[in-house]
Write a protein that binds this ligand. Sequence first.
Ligand code: AMP
Length: 444
Amino acid sequence: MQFSKLGLSDPILEAVAEQGYMVPTPIQERAIPVVLAGKDLVATAQTGTGKTAGFVLPLLDRISGDRTLRGKRIRALILVPTRELALQVEDSVSLYGKYLNLSSMAMVGGTDLEPQKQRLLDGVDILVATPGRLLDMAHQRALHFDELEVLILDEADRMLDMGFIGDINKIIERLPEQRQNLLFSATMSDEVRSLIKSSVYHAVEISIGSDASTKPQIDQWLITVDKDRKSALLSHLIQERQWDQALIFISTKHGAAKLVSQLEKRGIKAECIHGDRSQAMRTKILADFKSGEISILIATGIAARGIDVDELSRVVNYDLPFEPDDYIHRIGRTGRAGASGEAVSLVSKDDFKNLCAIEKRLGHIIERKDLEEFAAKKVVPISVLDFVPKNKNKPSQKSESSKSRQGQKSTATKGKQRTSARKNDGGRSSDTSANPWGKWQDKS
Ligand code: AMP
């Protein structure tokens, strides 16, 4: 399928051609006609599938006619979870809309309110915003929604994870009832479903996650190590494997700053972004990471959410996240739009519970690799997917969660009998329905 067959106007096609995109990605092929037809849309799509262009291109087309926008008004609102993502999405709007006479703006917290208010005075066609700052502006009567035509909720699951549901509901209450709604989410939790019920009516639903041919090519592996040797192992991997680029996820701000200095002591230049760094600093560091000036970037989960670097070759989980979906979001930073990528996790005994939850969510066990000199003294048990107790003839009265706890316990016992971490191919599940990355990555 060619872009020209999708019904987009020439100025948009020209901007797309300049980006070197040859054909639409599957989400674009399916979403663009729906949005152009003015219908509501709910799409499950991972980051890296080209979903941003999937909604920005038809949005530009829909609102590019004559405009008579009054001051403090907007025609389209794109709500996103983080400042970084807002800046990125707005970049895409400017890029794809460069041959159209439309205005756009990113409105995020952590920056001066006044310049944003000034920009709003003339009216803005497409506003990309984080929920908190948007509500602030609405409360201050710097922004009115009576001319709004389209609402887009991007990375809805992440917005809910970050506790924005109250703000989102307050925003929706202020919008005109007659509007087009689009919702994009990497995962479809109960919370997302209930947001859909209250905000998106009669939507066309698209799910891209279950088609293996559209999955990013991500080589996932892990290495077990004691917690206090993680920084030494990371330095070793960066130097010995000559990593050209890595985005490293860590759980705390303090840990991020400490890791930068630990790497520096070993001659590795790194930078970190987290919630305590100013917006200007975060933007600069991200720009340096994108341009390749910084090759090792350490980020806390939230700060890293919006990072979109073309062909990011590698992500590292210095700490495993508590939420399996966060793991999926994280590794989605690499292997984007058809490029291949690597996702490496440094797993200590403390991470085992999180590892089990992630592997269950993926529907397969992550390949383990060994490094003799970093072999963990506190052995990380071998994981067994969907552990089934030996005496399976006796029907168990236990709940699902207690079964899974029991599985972990038995798994742990098994692991103690083995002395070193090694590649583990056991315990594959035949049910990959819950696996957003599909079975193909399974390396058996
Ligand atoms: P997204 O999933 O929106 O974050 O997009 C991921 C990456 O895919 C971005 O870097 C886009 O520039 C790129 N991209 C979007 N659409 C296409 C396409 N049709 N062909 C190739 N790359 C694309």
